[in-house]
Ligand binder design. Structure first.
Ligand code: EPU
Length: 441
């Protein structure tokens, strides 16, 4: 374990200060993958230089691309005029570390006729299979062969061809795979029950500027007419709405006042309603790119929260908010309906003194996909609790932020190991904590 991996924190102080949030973690790396679709240069701006950004850069270089990165000014220029198949072992290395490399399948099928999938990495918050990715790629004409390590895919000499398919669930990744394949397939394609998260709509805007013809129809239907070739683009990614919400929760939990620079209100509207109901206050600058977050009341209000696909309450918002609501007077109920194994962090909160019980039943308005599957995906939190510092180990990205949040809201000292995982989603995490006055070593 290196020293960057361990954070020592002393909590109990209201955090006040300003942090800057750049491009979305769940949009930028996919835009980098989209650069594989064209032989012309692609520039992506407002880039957060988090772990996936570096990992995808390396992968694209292994595939023959060239990248100019400017971390200070937050932009990348990708040149993928010549793409080649990289040695399997090298590509497998990247698949095992992140969910992004699986999205290179569609562009690689287009450019080289072949692609491979290994069991993807990323946060362990559920089984996270790739069946819907394969379904989409098959619908676009790919043949899939199962191998010992994963799946080998290929297309014939005609390349990808338009197809129609419907997802059982609006998967973000499978929708992106569809977009990245259908925009260069021959003919028309349609995806029903597609995901329409802001990050997906941003990818669509970028692809449209590259020459793609994409229509988002009512009822989660995306229609695409394939282009014979796509051009380069200079595109600025949307800010990270998930990171903004994390800082807002930190302000609420510590009774502080945090200004976030780099916001877009429209992407946060569901979150802001819930934050306000919980007793959070916020104020945006007139053009919406800066917001201040604080707590309006002595104690937050308890809530009933159900995560869902967009425009519902994002699963990536729930852990920091539930952690902040351990301070609320009364009972908070959570139903997680997107990832079946995302409540592991509640165990750590219990270690800090919170009263939380998890359930396999659906404690929500309707039974979800995890009903009768024995996944612990609902929770009841009884507050208020004065958290007490302790030692914690970070299991996944959003849980990690929650631990930091809990430790900074708690009285006394905490030690958090595995903190490097936070670099997967929060750029300059330690510097930002110091900027809001956190006592971290
Ligand atoms: N799923 C399948 N089969 C598939 C694909 C997904 O069963 O082929 C299931 C998953 O197991 C999960 C659900 O469908 O239960 C949703 O998965 P989805 O494909 O929508 O998620 P993802 O693309 O793997 C992205 C974000 C996640 C975020 C989810 C949901 C990235 C890199 N990751 O994951 O972000 O939680 O969408 O919005 O974009 C995070 O930011 O902390 C994070 C985990």
């Amino acid at each position: 374990m290196n020293s960057d991996d361990t954070l020592c924190l002393t909590g109990g102080v209201p955090l006040v200060g300003t942090v800057e949030v750049r491009g979305s973690k769940n949009a930028v790396p996919k835009m980098m993958v989209a650069a594989l679709l064209t032989e012309e240069p692609v520039t992506v701006r407002n880039v957060s230089f988090i772990r996936d950004t570096w990992l995808v850069s390396e992968l694209i270089e292994k595939l023959g691309g060239a990248i100019d990165a400017n971390a200070r000014d937050g932009f990348l220029t990708l040149r993928t005029g010549e793409i080649r198949a990289a040695p399997a072992a090298e590509v497998a290395y990247y698949h095992k570390r992140s969910r992004i490399p699986v999205l290179t399948c569609a562009p690689l099928l287009h450019r080289t006729g072949n692609a491979e999938i290994w069991q993807p990495g990323g946060c362990s918050i559920g089984e996270r299979p790739v069946d819907m990715h394969l379904q989409v790629l098959r619908s676009l004409g790919a043949s899939v062969e199962h191998t010992e390590a994963g799946h080998r895919l290929s297309v014939g000499t005609g390349g990808l061809r338009g197809g129609v398919t419907q997802l059982d669930y609006p998967s973000v990744g499978a929708t992106e795979q569809f977009l990245l394949g259908s925009v260069v397939a021959t003919g028309d394609s349609e995806l029903s029950n597609a995901a329409i998260e802001p990050e997906i709509l941003d990818l669509i805007c970028m692809l449209q500027r590259m020459g793609a013809l994409i229509t988002v129809r009512p009822g989660r239907i995306i229609q695409v007419t394939g282009a014979s070739s796509l051009g380069g683009v200079d595109y600025t990614a949307i800010p990270d709405r998930l990171e903004v919400a994390s800082w807002a929760c930190l302000a609420m939990a510590t009774d502080g006042r945090i200004t976030v620079v780099g916001t877009r209100q429209a992407d946060l509207s569901t979150y802001l309603n819930v934050f306000r109901r919980a007793g959070g206050g916020f104020e945006f600058s007139s053009e919406g790119s800066r917001a201040i977050f604080w707590r309006e009341r002595t104690m937050p209000r308890p809530l009933v929260i159900e995560t869902d696909v967009h425009p519902g309450f994002s699963t990536d918002w729930q852990a920091p908010l539930v952690t902040a609501l351990t301070r609320a007077e009364g009972i908070t109920v959570l139903h997680e309906t997107v990832h079946e194994n995302r409540l592991g962090y509640t165990e750590a909160l219990r270690a800090l003194g919170a009263q939380i019980q998890v359930f396999t039943e659906c404690l929500g308005s309707i039974p979800c996909r995890f009903s009768l599957c024995n996944h612990q995906h609902s929770a009841v939190v009884v507050g208020p609790t004065k958290l007490q510092g302790t030692s914690l180990h970070v299991p996944d990205l959003r849980a990690g932020f929650s631990y930091v949040l809990a430790a900074l809201a708690a009285h006394g000292d905490s030690v958090i190991t595995g903190a490097c995982l936070l670099d997967r989603g929060y750029e300059n995490f330690r510097e930002k904590l110091l900027a809001v006055g956190a006592d971290i070593r």
